[in-house]
Design a protein around this ligand. Structure first.
Ligand code: NDP
Length: 284
């Protein structure tokens, strides 16, 4: 039987620390960190994620502003808005909510954000630094995954075999790099991987970021493995669930994250942490 790795208790501690830092800044009469979220269109999941991020900012006393642009906004207009925010001295962190409408190239958008305000850590400069082991601005979800692993005294990943399923720029690839930096032996799998189940069955640590409801069942998991479920799926039959079949894998894994209350809450906490980091970096 597994221990359930709840992200919400870890996230709560992180938020409390940030709240105290912000209270101190206020006491000293200093400007407080300011996060701006840019939403293009009104994708229902994005609206709900943004609400969560704004609520979290409010909880710790961090300023947050939401700028909403019409779905039809051109890429040039989005880039112009980003430039204006890059030059706004009052803005510390800038996040462009994904997914973007199909006519906008997200890679161009990521590159337009000032790396010093890039709280998501998706700018190639910050991604490159993350790959080279710099730990200042790391993409929020991968950073949250690593913090969750820290809570189980798994700091020494040396020699552990980690399998990451999913190779996206925002989750799979950076998670793989962070695990590698901690001396795990890493395999990153994707939709073209052959004998996927056989690979996963050998893993000491499995990180799943695929976007397929309950794809990973107990028969994929080695007895005692640590299972981190990044997936967030809204399934007709199962409702809100991860990529891992939680109930069956619970019997097999040593540790497992739930969905919700697992990685998702850590992502939001890491966003707050990155905003504070950008604020500090900009103030020198
Ligand atoms: P992407 O769609 O960008 O990437 C999915 C990855 O899964 C791809 O690399 C794809 O392979 C791979 N894949 C798809 N099907 C299979 C399969 N049958 N077998 C093996 N690999 C497969 O998704 P994201 O990385 O953005 O997100 C993944 C999940 O995590 C989603 O559910 C998303 O909602 C969730 N998420 C959760 C966050 C959180 O805070 N908890 C934050 C971000 C995402 P290929 O590259 O070959 O197409």
């Amino acid at each position: 039987m597994s221990t359930i790795l709840y992200g919400d208790s870890v996230a709560k501690n992180i938020k409390q620390q940030l709240k105290e830092e912000i209270a101190m800044l206020m006491e000293q009469g200093k400007r407080i960190p300011h996060l701006v979220v840019l939403l293009v269109g009104n994708h229902p999941a994005s609206v709900s994620y943004i609400r969560g991020k704004q609520k979290a900012c409010q909880e710790i006393g961090m300023r947050s502003t939401l700028i909403t642009l019409e779905e039809e906004t051109t890429q040039e207009e989005v880039l112009a808005q980003i430039q204006a925010l890059n030059h706004d001295e009052d803005v510390d962190g800038l996040l462009v909510q994904l997914p973007l409408p199909a006519h906008i190239d997200e890679k161009i958008v990521f590159e337009a954000i000032d790396p010093q305000k890039d709280v998501d850590g998706f700018h190639p400069y910050n991604m490159g630094r993350c790959m080279m082991g710099n730990t200042s601005i790391i993409p929020c979800t991968p950073k949250g995954v690593m913090k969750l692993l820290d809570t189980i005294n798994y700091e020494d990943l040396s020699g552990k075999y980690a399998v990451v399923i999913g190779r996206s720029e925002i989750v799979g690839k950076p998670v793989g790099q962070l695990l590698l930096k901690r001396h795990a032996t890493v395999t990153i799998c994707h939709s073209k991987t052959k004998a996927l189940k056989e690979i996963v069955k050998q893993a000491d640590i499995v990180v799943v970021a695929v976007g397929k409801a309950k794809m990973i069942t107990a028969d994929w998991i080695k007895e005692g493995a640590v299972v981190i479920d990044v997936g967030i799926n809204r399934h007709e039959e199962y409702g809100l669930c991860g990529d891992v079949d939680f109930e069956s894998v619970l019997e097999k894994a040593s540790y497992i994250t739930p969905v919700p209350k697992g990685v998702g809450v850590m992502t939001v906490a890491m966003l707050l942490e990155n905003t504070m980091e950008c604020y500090k970096q900009r103030r020198g």
